[in-house]
Design a protein around this ligand. Sequence first.
Ligand code: MG
Length: 492
Amino acid sequence: MHRFRQAVSNVMANVATIQHSGINREKTTEGDPEKEEKYEYSRAEFLQLSSEEVAIATDIIIRPIMVPRDLSKLPWYSGYAEVVNAGKSKLNEDQAAARHMFINNKHSLEKTLDTSPGNGLLIKDSDQIPLTYFAIFDGHAGSGVSVMASRVLHTRILAKLESVYDLLANSSIEQRQFTRSGDQRPNKWPFTEKEMSVESLVVGALESAFVEMDEQVRKEKLDYHIPGGCTVLVAIFLLGKLYVANAGDSRAIICRENEVLPMSTDFTPLSERQRLQMVASTNPQLLGSEFCCLEFQKRVQRKDLGKKLMYRDQNMTGWAYKEVTEEDIKFPLIYGEGKKARVLATIGVTRGFGDHELKVHGTDVYIKPFLSPVPEVKVYNLFDRDNSEDDVLIMASDGLWDVLSNDRVAEVVSEVLKSFPPNDYKKYASAAQELIMAARGVLRLNGWRTLKENKSGSGDDITVFVIPLNKHTSMDRQSSMTESHDASPMSS
Ligand code: MG
């Protein structure tokens, strides 16, 4: 027992030094707990956990790996697994969502029941366009915003896509793969209409849904207790293409045969330096009197006044000399290396939802103007090749990627998938579970250690999807999109 307690205290000690991408917790303002909670904490719907099981899932000492008990609750029997952090927060601040949805033509009432295995029971309309949605939200400074986003974002994306239903529904396979006119009317000189591809309509739907979701978070924070913020990683399968929209430092990769294709870019204070410096140099008042916008080769001290040091501003990728002035001695806008890097000494992520109330500790300097809800969207054409059943999209929160490289993740997944006979739908769940095991590791006397390398395991919340890439086609064939439709139905 003593040894176990010792191990636990070692874990807790490790946690204090773990470099996670959240927020400096002692510097947060977590909203007003007097306000009513609108989105009660739970785990993803498809896990089907009772409240007792939610408590077990959130046990930060045991850290059980949770997988859905009924694999058919996930689209295409995709793999999902999660584990709570090792003590950095009371709850698992990661959240996930996954579902089949349909983009509706509200003029049609013909409905059928789709009972194919792995699809759940869905009412299907012959004019509906199928869409499959997966999302991971990595919360910080509370789980409020990640919980809210996991319940709401898909409805906003769907509403945006429904507003362009007629343009999507009238597209042929060729048009979906290349470009089409965004408007059926003839061009009117001199105001020529721009050509719009189906792809650009979907990308635009995602971008605008993200921005409007963040605005909804801002408004609801005024009336409800919705603390913190979250990063956002969304994948949708639609009309033969996979769209991955990322705002934050969760990551998606495609693993096919011996190849790894990155499907997202990590947005961090370091990767977003120039954007952040641009915000600061355009609006210097946002820095208060405490911060300096430039990056120097080292932390500038008073004794450096008048000396020449290497620096970079918002226009520069390289370095140049500058004579140090009084202004340059202030604390840098971006400071710290790797996962320790922070914006305004406060936050380690630069895109996502929430954080509207967050200020630099002890000042009136707001963080939000430096954060962006806008995702980068990458597109993968699912018809480019015949994907095998072992070609997968892997999505995970930074808790996984902090410990495992893309190549290592691909290796773990490939080993698991190969070990199953063909068409065994359990392989994806098993791969997701194995990834969490590889990143979390096992609890030893010196804390959580990875199995293979015996190095520090991830102490962060970890969430993983393993999604087969060869299942979308059956859905696409089911959809009928040959007839034309007049109006562009808006969804509320
Ligand atoms: Mg995380």
